[in-house]
Design a protein around this ligand. Sequence first.
Ligand code: ADP
Length: 499
Amino acid sequence: MDTPTGTLSRYKMFIGGEWVESASDQHFESDNPFTGKPWALVPRGNAQDADRAVRAAHRAYTSGDWPKLTASRRGALLRKLADLIGEKAKHLAEIEVRDNGKLIAEMSAQTAYMAQWYYYYGGLADKIEGRVIPADKPDTFNYTRYEPLGVVAAIIPWNSPLLLTAWKLAPALAAGNTVVLKPSEYTPASALEFMKLVEQAGLPPGVVNVVTGFGPEVGMPLVEHPLVAKVAFTGSDRTGTLIYQTAAKGLKRVTMELGGKSPNIVFDDAHLENAVKGVISGIFAATGQTCIAGSRLLVQKTIHDEFVEKLVAFAKTARMGDPMSLDTQVGPVTNPPQFKKILDYIDIAKGEGARAVLGGARAARPECGSGWFVEPTIFTGVKNSMRIAQEEVFGPVLAVIPFEDEEQAVAIGNDVVYGLAAGVWTQNMRRALMMADRLQAGTVWINTYRAVSYLSPFGGYKRSGIGRESGQEMIKDYMQVKSVWISTATEVPNPFVLR
Ligand code: ADP
């Protein structure tokens, strides 16, 4: 899989339980965002590879060992996979750091935690029960059963490749589906490394497959493929819209986890030191490259200047540099187009009249080497109608917007097309609960930020998505219900009327 050629590691795709090259016989380079240089060569998949992978997944769904397994047995395989993730967490974390630029300080914990999705859905696999319906017709017995959908195409973005894979793969497999995974072209390596564990866990060939390459070349053919029953997507709302339209033509199911422009709302009765940390965590953790970034700070006018001062003082201390170093707090941007996009948005904000009270440029610190680093940036004087307040930047850029009172905080908070998450900082219980009710967001955090769990549903209102991930209910998004009728009558009644 990763035999070094010169200095580059070389990967193959994983289809039908085998390590294969692309039908294109071409490769693309995956870069290390800290050095700005390529470190791996990855097959450039195309429509033929997508077809090969979907057919392998479909074969595994309809024949062989997988469909014969009991739900309990499937669950046991997922728990075995979870054990292996625990053993290899450090290695997986290092791959993510190299391919993505995420911090080792965050990833070591995240790859280990990721195992929980496989334990949880492994445990849930044999607890999805149908019902016996109290039939309203004499001499009939009616029951329901939950069945898998078939082949699921899981399309993953670059910002948290393995975690977002777990959110889809664990419930899809627990439900009995088979999966074709397409990681982002910017971060393809970790999914391929992860397949070694899938192999080791003993999942039958074809149950999980990985194709690598570019969205339009190998992602879209998956979405279009007639044997794909469901598309589970995380990424930009632009690509999500395109995938949704295409999936609609095949009447496929979708779940979509898209962008955000989440408000982090600080009232003057908040514990200010905690709120400062919460706002920092919301926008500078993961270099702001998260869909849940709290990229709009709504701060009550009475504390605006004091709060911004504290925030800038804290943010100034953030250590940038090598993401492999445990001390680093802000790492590089993952890829050059994203780097350019962030810098463009900084210019847009300046052009709109916002004031950069911190940062506002590429980071040229010696510890940043030749990586793609942007200075943690804070803009004040932002109006919610500005592009910097409306559009997702996906970087370490915070827009500070003052508000007068609760009504205005709700109005500004909701005045974006997105609705993924929101943070509220207050010590007033009535205010906290009222805000939680009125904010249009799939997740509301009170006096905390960036808390997610395998136990709790996650997803977006409005343009932030369709459906939810994690938690019990959503496994049914990977299933369909069948109603079975049995007659216990000794005679068939009048055949010309509805029974
Ligand atoms: P980002 O801006 O985060 O790169 P995208 O939404 O473009 O987000 O990408 C998320 C995932 O969607 C990636 O795996 C990417 O390759 C894939 N993708 C991009 N364009 C398409 C497309 N037209 N069809 C299918 N998948 C796509």
